[in-house]
Design a protein around this ligand. Structure first.
Ligand code: SF4
Length: 461
């Protein structure tokens, strides 16, 4: 691949994947699984991933194949069997749609109360496409950025991609965000997220980002952009048609004195192995922006300490900053991907002990719960009983941050809501931690009145 040539982005979905050469390298069983599981979970891959990131001699165990291609065990056996008969007749089939909706609802589409608890109000109206969970940080979901260059099968944002309006949240412009931020001087950070905001053209990005640089928003010091384009389409920062404008936009932002951080989502060191992926990081850093590396810990993809050692050490060599290891969220096909939290802590500890000191900026394993980010600090012995030592590293209640607390040890626990306090006095930390399967309808009703409820299709890249 000549990294200086403009390469056309080409994506493949459930139907068009059959046209690729790689489809013919897959066994009949693997192809069937793609067709069945993608009735429920979004599937998209692109030419760069097919040709550069997957080792086709090692499927289905190749980590990037596991990351992008649906596998039959992502559904329960009875669900898979029920869907099998629809693979050749999936258009406008009411029975199929009803089965699919039931399975998606079972998959906890909005973990940690993100549809209900984090939506802020402006002049009495909920602001769709904005979340304000922590005092200093606001998340913004631009409508044109609610897709990705490929979809990860484990993604906790999967409801954004499946075309069910009741499960989506996004905003058409940053106008209301700007008005809200003017009234909230306590906010220092804005995280632009998706989907992947880097699917947007440079001119769309400008439309959303430049208003944040206005003089009356001087309190916004840090602008973060959550993206996996660095892995799935690094051309975006190297040779895509408007990559120069994108880099100039970052430069313009950093020149205002603000910190601009690309919150780069890498799940495996293979994603950093290509020349173009490495060039992407260097180009971003040359604008004055930083690249921070984060990922969930996922079974079948990165469940070995050595993988994290390589990911973090290679990131540091390229000038990127290791940032977070997350525990896989309790949504989507998480039974396929999750690991017990004691195992997550073991993998983090083993990797952390073996990396360059420059990589020890990384935090984890962290669970993004309804009350905040809970760090698993370790397994300890309390009066002869095993317990998890935990702490919030970010919380809706700032007084809880960095206060150690304890949960009874449970070997099979994979998420915070399966834990019980070790001491009764710690019970407050465990409040409100259960799933909330609330859809957007209640918020929609209020927003229809002010024209905020429509969800336009994402802009094609
Ligand atoms: S790139 Fe990010 S938002 Fe998109 S599917 Fe993957 S994890 Fe989800």
């Amino acid at each position: 691949m000549n990294i200086h040539n403009i390469e056309r982005y080409a994506a493949y979905n459930r139907n068009s994947i059959e046209k690729t050469q790689q489809w013919h390298l897959m066994s009949k069983e693997l192809r069937e699984a793609v067709k069945v599981v993608s009735l429920v979970l979004p599937f998209k891959v692109n030419k760069y991933i097919l040709e550069n990131l997957i080792d086709w001699n090692n499927i289905p165990n190749d980590p990037i194949y596991r990351l992008v291609f649906p596998h039959r065990d992502m559904l329960k056996q009875n669900e898979y069997a029920e869907l099998l008969k629809f693979t050749s007749n999936s258009e406008n089939n009411a029975e199929l749609q009803s089965i699919v909706h039931k399975i998606r609802t079972r998959m906890n589409p909005h973990p940690a109360g993100q549809m209900s608890h984090n939506i802020p109000y402006f002049e009495g109206t909920p602001l769709l496409g904005v979340q304000h969970k922590y005092k200093e940080t606001v998340l913004f979901f631009p409508a044109a950025g609610q897709t990705c260059h490929a979809y990860c099968t484990f993604c906790f944002r999967w409801p954004q991609f499946i075309g069910e309006p009741s499960l989506k949240f996004d905003a058409r412009s940053s106008e209301n965000l700007v008005k809200y931020l003017r009234q909230h001087q306590e906010v220092s950070d804005v995280l632009i997220t998706g989907g992947d905001p880097m699917v947007m053209s440079a001119s769309s990005l400008e439309k959303y980002l430049l208003p944040l640089l206005s003089d009356d928003l001087a309190h916004i010091k840090n602008i973060r952009i959550g993206t996996k384009a660095v892995s799935y389409w690094p051309q975006r920062f190297v040779c895509d048609q408007d990559f120069g404008e994108v880099l100039r936009l970052f430069e313009r932002m950093t020149k205002t004195g603000r910190s601009v951080a690309l919150m780069a989502h890498y799940n495996h060191p293979n994603e950093l192995s290509t020349e173009i992926a490495q060039r992407a990081i260097r180009n971003i850093i040359s604008t004055g922006a930083t690249v921070r590396v984060q990922s969930p810990l996922i079974k079948h993809v990165n469940d070995k300490a050595q993988i994290w050692i390589d990911l973090w050490n290679n990131s540091v060599s390229l000038g990127a900053v290791p940032y977070y290891m997350f525990v896989e969220r309790d949504t989507g096909p998480n039974e396929y991907f999750h690991l017990p939290i004691f195992k997550a802590h073991q993998i983090f500890k083993d990797a952390y002990a073996s990396i360059s000191g420059l990589g020890r900026t990384v935090r984890g394993p962290s669970m993004s719960t309804q009350n905040g980010k809970v760090l698993i600090d370790g397994v300890v012995d309390l009066n002869g009983e095993k317990a998890f030592s935990l702490q919030f590293i970010q919380s809706r209640n700032p007084e809880w941050v960095r206060q150690p607390f304890f949960a009874k040890f449970k070997a099979e626990a994979t998420w915070f809501d399966q834990l019980e306090p070790f001491y009764e006095s710690d019970r407050k930390f465990f409040a409100n931690r259960y799933h909330l399967n609330i859809t957007r309808s209640s918020i929609d009703n209020a927003n229809v009145a002010i024209g905020l409820a429509t969800s336009p299709q994402p802009e094609a890249h």
